[in-house]
Each structure stands twice: as C-alpha cells, then as structure tokens.
Write a protein that binds this ligand. Structure first.
Ligand SMILES: Cc1cc2nc3c(=O)[nH]c(=O)nc-3n(C[C@H](O)[C@H](O)[C@H](O)COP(=O)(O)OP(=O)(O)OC[C@H]3O[C@@H](n4cnc5c(N)ncnc54)[C@H](O)[C@@H]3O)c2cc1C
Length: 387
C-alpha cells in the first residue's frame, strides 16, 4: 500500500504520539491525531531529554528546534541531602561520541518543538478516545462525543491511563511504589544553580532533583516514601513539602520557598506490569501506553520518542502495515523492558529508608569504577537504531 493511501490514526498528542505524527506525515502518510485536551500548550513540568531521544528523532529526519528552549547539560551531580558530593557523572565523552547533547527542558517547550515538526498532519483537539472496533483490515476509533474515525492503523499514544491499552490488555491496576512525587518549574536564581546545573540529592526515603531548564527557570522534583493510604489522605501542600526538606541544602529550601503553591503538582510513583503484547491487527501502542515506567532514569519521554521513530521507520519500509506494526513491537520490546526494569531497580535503591542501606548506597556510588558507570550509562543513552 502506498504511504499516501494509508490512513493513520493516533490517539494522544504527547511525546510518543507527536513523534510518530511528525515522522509519518513527513513520510507521506495521511495522519490524524485525536487529543483529549481542548488546547495544546504550556502544561506539565520539566524533563531531561537525553541524547538517545535526539538520536532517534534525527534517525527519521526529525530535527526539532531547541535553541532558546532548553539547556544542555554535561554533568549530573549526585549529592547528599546537605549538598555534599557523592559522585559526578560526566556525560560529555558519551554525548560527543554519539553526536547529540543531553537537554533539560520544560515539557511545554518540547511539545512546542515537536508540534512544529508535525505541521503536516491534522490534530483534532477535545477528542477523547473511548475505544475501538476492528472490521477486516480497518480500525475505527470511537470518541467520547460520539464521532468515529476509520483508518488502516491505530496508534495508541494516550499515555499512562491509555484506553487503547485497556482494550488490548484488559483491566489492570497500576503498581504502587509507595512514594510521592512533587514537581514544579518556577523562575529561580541561586549561586549554586549555574548554567546547565543538574543535581540529584539523596536522603533516606527521600530525594530531590534540581535542573536549570534555561530562560531563568528551573525544574525541581521531590520524592518521599509514603503509604498509598497517606498519599490519598494527605499528599502534602507546600508547607508539608517545606517541612520534609527542612535541613536539606540551602538551594532546595530556597527553590521550594520560591515556588507558588498552586504550581506544584503531585502524583504517586506508579508503573504497570510489563505488557508482552502491545498490539493486534491494525493496532499498536507507543510510549507510556505500552510501557509506563518509574521516573528514576528520566527516560519515559525519551523511550516514547524512540518508539515513535522506530514505528515511523517500520511503516515507511515494510509494505504491509500490520506486518510493520509487529516488526516495530519486536524491535522495541527488549529495549523498553530493560529501561522499565532498570528504572525500578534504581528507584528501589534511591528510596532506601534504612540508615545502613542508604549509607551503603552512597558508598557504592562514591567508589564504583568509572568504567562500570560509563558502561551502564552508554547502554541507556545509546539509541539501538531503527532496524
Ligand atoms: C515526575 C515525572 C518526571 C519525569 N521525568 C522525565 C524525564 O526527566 N525524562 C523523560 O524522558 N521522561 C520523564 N518522565 C516520563 C514522561 O513524562 C512520560 O514517560 C512521557 O510523557 C510519555 O509520553 P507519551 O507520549 O507516551 O505520553 P504522554 O506524554 O502522557 O501523552 C499522552 C497524551 O495522550 C492524551 N490522552 C490521554 N488519554 C487520551 C484519550 N483517551 N484520548 C485522546 N488523548 C488522550 C493526553 O492528554 C496526552 O496529551 C517523567 C514523568 C513524571 C511523572
């Protein structure tokens, strides 16, 4: 089937959906994206957009404009809660070899940059998917307002609570990891927070991240172990967060104090059991819909972008669209599984509550060889390619 005759429907205009939309519309497919939000804009928080995501975009000819929208970073500082060094990871050698930097960026800026690349496709807003039906080789997406859309391929890119995934996998409960995550992106200046500053501070059962995302803004996130019941009853407003981080490094207390309470969002740390089968017939999943993950590696959006790039390549190079979807799933499954599992393992270690375990953790990271760290980072940061 020629590209222009293949009608592709994408549910969800997040990072994975927009990457697929940009790639597939450039390749000549007839692409329509259905997004539940009524406007696309400055929503969400910050992100690390790592070299593997930029490599994936470039591999299918997508070159978003990030100048003035993001801050490059070469080092990630791991610090104690008081701000004393544990270990610094230098990404410079890896990113120079790979040929793309790591960026810290506001999610809204990334969204804007990807949207510019997806200008060749139609995006319908206020269009919430509720399910689909299959008739022969065709798939029909059902929308909450009663409309339907029929095409040759349906890509479920509708994020953590994907309705397309639910129809494929059946009802599931998310897995709760018993800690809370708060995040915000306020304007902030502090002598410690220099250009390209990215630091993770480790306490006991508690962490904090602080990153310069450019234009005078920072991205911060904090975590704290908490039972699911406590999260539901008292997730904690700004006063509670300030209490949790009392005695931590000055820049942490200052950035929380400088953040308007209504701009702090909170969510429980959750993922889902790994899904072996991401699609059937003319349907597949990308990003969080396929493989939601914990945030410890900062790779969820990056892996969603990798998915979008590989899916673009498969649909552009394999004649039968359904064969292309199965090839895409086979090429992505093990990469996604490895990142989901590594995020879980790292999250367990990072959230250690016991004094002995957290001291052992800090000692391990202080003394582990540079070679071991570089090998681990290189695995995560290397886009395995589209083949
Ligand atoms: C605290 C936190 C920190 C993170 N930090 C990082 C990081 O540093 N680096 C990184 O790479 N990742 C990070 N992530 C993960 C990242 O945000 C996600 O993995 C990524 O956004 C997934 O992209 P996606 O396109 O699959 O889903 P999303 O970006 O969630 O997009 C899904 C889209 O689908 C839409 N949608 C939902 N339901 C429907 C429906 N029924 N019909 C139509 N549209 C629908 C939504 O409105 C949304 O636009 C973080 C996540 C969290 C929670």
């Amino acid at each position: 089937m020629a590209n222009r005759e293949t009608k592709i429907i994408i549910a969800g205009a997040g990072m994975g959906g927009l990457t697929a939309a940009a790639g597939l519309s450039s390749a000549g497919f007839d692409v329509t994206v259905y997004e539940q939000s009524s406007k696309l804009g400055w929503v969400g928080s910050g992100l690390s957009l790592m070299t593997n995501a930029l490599t994936a975009l470039a591999s299918v000819g997508i070159r978003p404009r990030f100048e003035g929208r993001a801050e490059e970073f070469e080092s990630l500082y791991f610090l104690t809660k008081k701000g004393r060094p544990i270990r610094t990871i230098n990404f410079g050698e890896i990113t120079r070899q790979i040929g793309h930097p790591n960026l810290a960026i506001h999610r809204g800026s990334l969204h804007e940059a990807l949207l510019e690349q997806a200008s060749g496709c139609k995006i319908e807003l206020g269009a919430a998917a509720t399910g689909f039906s299959v008739d022969g080789d065709k798939v029909t997406l059902k929308l909450a307002d009663g409309r339907t859309a029929t095409g040759d391929v349906l890509i479920g890119a509708d994020g953590f609570n994907s309705v397309i995934r639910r129809e494929i996998a059946g009802p599931e409960n998310p897995t709760d990891w018993n800690y809370m995550v708060w995040r915000a992106t306020p304007p902030f200046r502090h002598p410690k927070v220099t250009k390209g500053y990215v630091a993770h501070y480790w306490g006991r059962g508690q962490r904090f991240g602080l990153a310069d995302i450019g234009n005078g803004n920072v991205y911060w996130w904090g975590t704290k172990n908490m039972s699911a019941e406590k999260m539901r009853s008292a997730p904690g407003g700004k006063k509670a967060i300030q209490r949790y981080y009392r005695g931590w490094a000055d820049e942490i207390q200052a950035v929380i104090a400088a953040t308007p309470e209504d701009s702090i969002s909170s969510l429980p740390a959750q993922d889902r059991p790994f899904l072996e089968r991401w699609g059937k017939g003319p349907i597949t999943l990308v990003g969080d819909a396929a493989h939601p993950m914990l945030t410890s590696l900062g790779q969820g959006a990056c892996i969603a972008i990798e998915d979008g790039a590989v899916l673009t390549h498969c649909l552009s190079t394999i004649d039968d669209p359904q064969d292309a979807l199965r090839a895409y799933e086979d090429r992505r499954r093990e990469r996604a599984r490895a990142i989901v599992e590594t995020s879980r393992a790292l999250s367990r270690i990072e959230q250690y509550e016991s004094p002995i375990r957290s001291v052992m953790r800090d000692l391990y990271f202080r003394f582990v060889s540079e070679r071991t760290l570089t090998q681990q980072n290189r695995l995560v940061l290397t886009f395995p390619g589209v083949e």
